[in-house]
Write a protein that binds this ligand. Structure first.
Ligand code: PEP
Ligand code: MN
Length: 350
């Protein structure tokens, strides 16, 4: 990796669960990073972790701030913590934590963000503003502005994807056009990507991270847990420290500025790659649903081929068709292949 454009790397557990878990994760990250050519800019963890339901794990609370002081002393990692109210900011400052992030649920609420920004006024802090869960660029930019107005030392943006109910293999839709537009409109704000929260599953993290790096993002924020399977939150998307470092080492970090033509091409290619990643998985997911359909048909003695239902499927694809004879031909061939594959699969299941 080239050194003139060191990426900002942030890693650590979703939540601080216990002193042992935090220190063991930090120790393993330190060990895996040694000699890798990579270094951690911040060690992240959620100290307060209220989530959708009150019965789920809510974080260890302020006690965890002292575990982060130990991490800093023992491994030299600067801690980075999520804050969701002014009191959190005060507690972090007292504990010497000077890099804070605004979570995506907090970022939807300008009243709360304003209060937090006021608590940050005049303090030498670094603030990372995650995108709000709703795909609203103006709101994201507005929340960033609130911190800039309070003269916070350094403000960065973190792209973690957007809540989207449409069928997708990802936990959160990347909507790449939104962070890219943010980069154009606020070029002075370094943009990071949080592939863990976009992916929701470790198997997609590397692909998303590479797309972000190809876009010229300034760095990555990733979740890592010493024993992911035992994690009290976001277990499916946390990588073990050694897996995380291996994944990072396999990424290609952009080191030189690209020409305008390369940028334009990269932008379109990233959009294509993002669609391909999802189409590949959706096709496999579709076949799994075909298996479930086959079971129901077999149990109820129903015929495999049901022309009326297939007619409905064809209509769905034709509706989104382009007015182009070549594309029509492609669709016809594709639909025939899809239908045949589905029938064959149901026959094999019998
Ligand atoms: C997190 O990073 O742990 C987190 C809660 O993220 P987000 O606000 O993006 O959901
Ligand atoms: Mn998380």
């Amino acid at each position: 990796m080239n050194n003139d454009r060191q990426p900002i790397l942030i890693a650590g557990p979703c939540a601080a669960e216990s002193r042992e878990q935090v220190l063991q994760t930090a120790a393993a990250l330190s060990e895996s990073l040694a000699g890798s050519g990579l270094s951690l800019t911040y060690f992240r963890t959620g100290v307060w972790k209220w989530r959708s339901t009150p019965s789920s794990f809510g974080g260890a609370g302020k006690e965890a701030l002292s575990w982060l002081q130990e991490v800093k002393q023992q491994y030299g990692f600067q801690p980075c913590v999520e804050v969701a109210c002014a009191e959190h900011v005060e507690l972090c400052i007292e504990a010497g934590v000077t890099t804070l992030w605004i979570g995506s649920r907090t970022a939807v609420n300008p009243y709360l963000v304003q209060e937090i920004a006021e608590a940050c006024q005049g303090c030498p802090l670094t603030i990372l503003v995650k995108n709000p869960v709703i795909p609203d660029l103006k709101l994201w930019m507005g929340e960033i502005e609130r911190f800039k107005k309070m003269d916070v030392r350094r403000v960065l943006a973190v792209h973690r994807g957007f809540a989207d109910r449409s069928e997708s293999v990802y936990r959160n839709a990347p909507c790449w056009e939104i962070p890219i537009e943010l980069k154009v409109r606020m070029p002075e704000i370094p943009l990071l990507c949080d592939p863990s929260h976009i992916a929701g599953d470790t198997k997609y993290i590397a692909q998303i991270a590479q797309i972000a790096l190809d876009y010229g993002y300034s760095g990555l924020m990733l979740e890592s847990h010493i024993r992911p399977a035992e994690a009290l939150s976001d277990a499916q998307q946390q990588l073990r420290p050694d897996e995380l470092v291996a994944m990072l080492q396999a990424l290609v970090f952009k080191t030189t500025a690209s020409s305008p033509a390369e940028n334009a091409l990269r932008k379109q290619r990233n959009l294509l790659e993002n669609i391909d990643v999802q189409m590949a998985d959706l096709l496999a997911k579709r076949m799994q649903i075909v298996d479930a359909v086959a079971d129901i048909k077999e149990k109820n003695n129903l015929p495999i081929v049901q022309p009326k239902q297939w007619g409905k499927v064809e209509k769905i694809y034709r509706k989104a068709s382009l007015e182009d004879a070549d594309y029509e031909e492609f669709l016809s061939k594709f639909l025939e292949l899809l239908h045949n594959a589905s029938i064959r699969r149901q026959q094999h299941k019998k």
